[in-house]
Design a protein around this ligand. Structure first.
Ligand SMILES: Cc1cc2nc3c(=O)[nH]c(=O)nc-3n(C[C@H](O)[C@H](O)[C@H](O)COP(=O)(O)OP(=O)(O)OC[C@H]3O[C@@H](n4cnc5c(N)ncnc54)[C@H](O)[C@@H]3O)c2cc1C
Length: 384
């Protein structure tokens, strides 16, 4: 965990990258629903797809708080790149760091550090919130597992070099106790079909078909039928980083609306002079600062392995998603007809930030986690 000074150094370096490399092409990324190769290459060389990969494997070895600051700054320029970094750098890297064998760590963490991208394949057409019902199957044949099934809404898929796949190794009745995790290289057995989503366009959200994918048994991460616990741990940690995408987007929307309100005139004065616009500016500012404090506090608790960190991570995600959408909605309102047009920045942000109310567990699922934590039914996993 870095000092305040090193956090600010990190923030400045990511902001410089985001302003120079990402911001100029952010609109094109959204319009074309595609991340330019040179942006991917440069982001990879900065280690953004390997946030949690320890330095011994060549990665930046960032803490959760440092990952949050990195993703927040990327999101100020592009939500799509920020969510790509979140998925590869935390949702994929974190389980490998904490649960994979030395052999997998050596092979895949080093690849992430060298610029490969990972995708996290849990959700299926049948089931997102009810992830314990997944139907993708992994069947043992000799020294290999054969994986068959269809995943959907999988971020990073077109750009990914490998997938972390949750598959059923037990019976459907075993639900979460019959799920294992595998690393699957992208090869001819993997079919990726990009989806046309409302927001985070360019992050490669796709349907992914695994057709008779054969992986060595050693590619299992963790124990047989022990994959679900790892997925939950990764989500508990990853949620606070996903929340940081909404924080960066909310900051950008607020700043844009504030600047617009000072130069747009109505009835002989700038609209910032109208009390009802001031009301919205004040409400936006409070929400941005409140979610920043909550996310940073939650990230610190994750890093310190506070026994209540799953609840804090969910609280941060729920608040940031809801208030991030509020901020974006008010930013569109402040910018009026312009805000509602494709010419504006806040129109894209409004579409992007809505995703955070759905991905990595919906707002409703976060409320379940918070309530179950309050009732003593969810605790942090034992330190690994
Ligand atoms: C842009 C984008 C990127 C994504 N990236 C990934 C990724 O990289 N990897 C991945 O695995 N998944 C990814 N997802 C999938 C995401 O995690 C799921 O969409 C999410 O978990 C919700 O699942 P669902 O879409 O099946 O909704 P459903 O589970 O069908 O839920 C529909 C509605 O019912 C509510 N609901 C469901 N169950 C309950 C309950 N028990 N109590 C109360 N309300 C309930 C939900 O809150 C929601 O409002 C992504 C999604 C999006 C939109």
């Amino acid at each position: 965990m870095g000092s305040q000074e090193s956090l600010e150094l990190l923030r400045n370096s990511v902001r410089e990258f985001a302003e120079k490399v990402v911001k100029p092409v952010a609109r094109r990324i959204d319009e074309e629903n595609s991340m330019p190769e040179d942006v991917i290459r440069q982001a990879a060389s900065m280690g953004y797809f390997a946030l949690r990969v320890p330095t011994e494997y060549g990665g930046p070895g960032l803490s959760t708080l440092e990952s949050v600051v990195t993703v927040e700054e990327l999101a100020r320029a592009s939500g799509a790149l920020a969510i790509m970094a979140t998925v590869s750098g935390t949702m994929v890297a974190y389980p490998l760091v904490h649960y994979a064998s030395d052999d997998i760590k050596e092979r895949y963490l080093s690849r992430l550090a060298k610029g490969s991208i990972g995708a996290f394949a849990l959700s299926e057409p049948c089931c997102g919130s009810d992830a314990a019902a997944i139907t993708t199957r992994a069947v043992k044949e000799g020294d290999e597992y054969v994986i068959n099934g269809r995943k959907t809404w999988i971020t990073n898929s077109p750009y990914a070099d490998f997938f972390l796949v949750a598959a059923r190794t037990g019976t459907p009745e075993q639900r979460h106790r019959g799920v294992s995790l595998f690393v699957v290289d992208k090869g001819s057995c993997v079919e990726v079909s990009k989806l046309d989503m409302m927001g985070y366009r360019g992050s490669g959200t796709s349907e992914v078909l695994f057709k008779d994918c054969r992986v060595p048994a050693e590619n299992m991460v963790g124990e047989l039928n022990g994959g679900f616990k790892i997925v939950m741990d990764a989500l508990n940690e990853g949620r606070v980083v996903t929340a940081a995408t909404a924080l960066g987007l909310a900051e950008a929307a607020f700043e844009d609306a504030l600047a617009y309100s000072k130069q747009r005139e109505s009835m002989g004065v700038s609209i910032a002079e109208h009390q009802m616009v001031q009301y919205m500016l004040a409400e936006m500012k409070v929400r941005v600062e409140a979610i920043r404090l909550l996310i940073y506090e939650a990230a610190r608790r994750v890093d310190e392995r506070d026994p209540e960190y799953p609840m804090w991570s969910s609280m941060a995600k729920l608040a940031t998603a809801s208030w991030g959408v509020d901020v974006a909605r008010m930013a569109v309102q402040v910018e009026g007809g312009f805000g509602y047009s494709k010419e504006s920045l806040v129109e894209r942000i409004y579409r992007d930030v809505k995703m955070v109310e759905i991905g990595d567990g919906t707002n409703e699922v976060q409320r379940l986690v918070i309530a179950r934590s309050l009732l003593g039914r969810i605790r942090a996993p034992r330190p690994h």
